[in-house]
Design a protein around this ligand. Sequence first.
Ligand code: MOS
Length: 729
Amino acid sequence: MPQQRTKRIKTTITVNGETQEVEIEVPDIEAAWGDPANMRWLGKRIPRVDGADKVTGRAKYTYDIQLPGMLYAKILRSPYPHARIRSIDASEAEKLPGVKAVITDLTREVNYVGEEVAAVAAVSEEIARDALKRIKVDYEPLPFVVDPETAREPSAPRVTQQGNVRGGNPQERGDVDSALSRSDVVVHEATYSVPPRSHCCLEPHGLVCQWQGDKLIAWASTQGIFSVRDELAGALGIPQGNVRVICEHMGGGFGSKFGAGVEGVLCARLAKMANAPVKLMLEREEEQLASGYGPGVTAKVKIAATRDGQLIAWDSETHGTGGLWGSASVPLPYIYPVANVRTRHFDISTNIGASAALRAPGHPQASFIMESAMDDLAHKLGIDPLEFRLKNDPNRVRQAEYRLGAERIGWQRRNRVAGEGRGTVRRGLGMASAVWGGGGGAGSRPTVRIAPDGSVEVRLGTQDLGTGTRTYVAAIVAEELGLDVKQVKALIGDTDYGYSGASGGSTTAASVAPAVKMAAMGAKERLLAAVSQRLQANPANIVLADGKVIARNGVERSLTWKQACALLGKEGIEVQGEWNPNLQGSGVAGCQFAEVEVDTETGKVRVVKIVAVQDCGLVINQLAVESQVYGGVIQGLAMALHEQRLYDEQTGRMLNPNLEEYKLPGSLDMPEIDVVLYDNPTGRVSGVGEPPVIPTAAAIGNAVFNAIGKRVHSLPITPAKVLEALGKV
Ligand code: MOS
């Protein structure tokens, strides 16, 4: 048996309900996850443990929860972008047979179309909808503005007491003005913009709430069962311990599902009033109007480099709107270090509702601005855009990734001079880069239980957004105990299990995996101690593999897993684990290359291929990581060519609050997606949910430029904008 380096660490474990400080021997931390080559599960392609449940419909999402006597709730929403509510008369709604509860005390002023005004619970969705129509609201419409450009004007209606424009303090380092005026420097100046975009979660926001006395059970489609618990407890004025939140499966959040939301509190209140369980799931239009969006941003940019291609100055003024108080700021300059920098950002208040975090908040926007400017400047300098990045990016991982990606896409096939191709349909290649953290944090408290009958369970109050959390939780325990993944039951998505944080910022894997590993190691230690006498071997000479417990102590003795567990006594083993920072790392890198085809007669862009090179430290489940990269690329492609929230300035309404006119790509729009997982042998786990969405839109925009030699400065790159860039309209 290869001797593994070990060391002793102090940790708290809970054994059979009792918490103790213990010192345990663990594999040396640098090698703690071990060599992926020697692993049975980790780093391999592990099918989702709940895959069959999902495809057969056995998996219960919040939408699928049906309880006896359950009522259905609907929300009445403001048709005005800004109005005072003089009065609400719900008496006709209350009289309607089947209506069980009505709430009208929400607000006296609404600030966007779709803001919650009242709510009802009734025995059917139809009756609840009918009831909404019978609620009479007397609105006093007030001045409003939905377009940030209009809102900036001094003559625009003031939508807050403080005025419409916030921020604008310049951040400066170095000496931008003198760098820009140097004679050996080439300056490029342009404006780039990204519109506000919707999350479009497949499963809408919503909850099912059921009271049992003064205790509340809430099934919620959420990225944070504990954050929903805390929000509900706070809003309802009850102890956190009286709220249990369950989310076994959920259909996407992308940053918009951290809290209970107004709908969550309404659902719980209606259930209390009606003394019956209530289901409140938003409809698609409500999703678009009132569940947040990623803010748009417009950037006026000056970027400069020396003639030999060294970036030297960045000067940008950005503005955007996140509703009344939200921020639309983005990190600029992005990715590439610049010595002389000046940035100014203005947040504009508008009546479009509050923005929400959206997958790598601010980064895809920053990437489109920065990478478009980089490409335009490279063009002006007569330098290959990739060479320009190689020259200005000090990140060693990305330096390697650039070369890998260039080879996979066939970078030498690009147009040397943008737009030099001939014919109606022109091909082009472009690229862009990504950066992200992906590290974890302390707090997760998983418990691993081994029962005397050999069954194994791991419990943790984390949630699986669809990224595959449940699968790696089971796989880590299976790896440690030498079992099949199917032998480990992973119980997650319930606040009755040990605490874990919300899933945001791609932090879940790096927070959860180390804690689960520590719990599994603790359980293994105890199991080895329990069987060592029977096997007449020191625990250090016993291994767990292939469902067996094997002692190699001169002669080889082994027990089956079941035989070994039978030695555990009635209580079995129960060990709690805590996060270990040495098992995770942060700072992931990536880059993407796009190949497009642009029809110069119709203006239509077809993405032919995306090569996505991504690092995420130690890969726990290759299949799941690839799936995250596919998802990121698809969402990035949608941003590049399709997505935009449109508002009518006259009425303040969103014009496309659906999934018909709010465009998303379909299967026929999909390119070939070549996922390359860059092998960064850190031996530490990092998250990968967000980084692959960052560079896609910029890479596609740059490929379009390479194809036609003209820049489309604003997303999405629609046929109309392409034709305009070509001077054809
Ligand atoms: Mo994310 S935008 O932190 O879900």
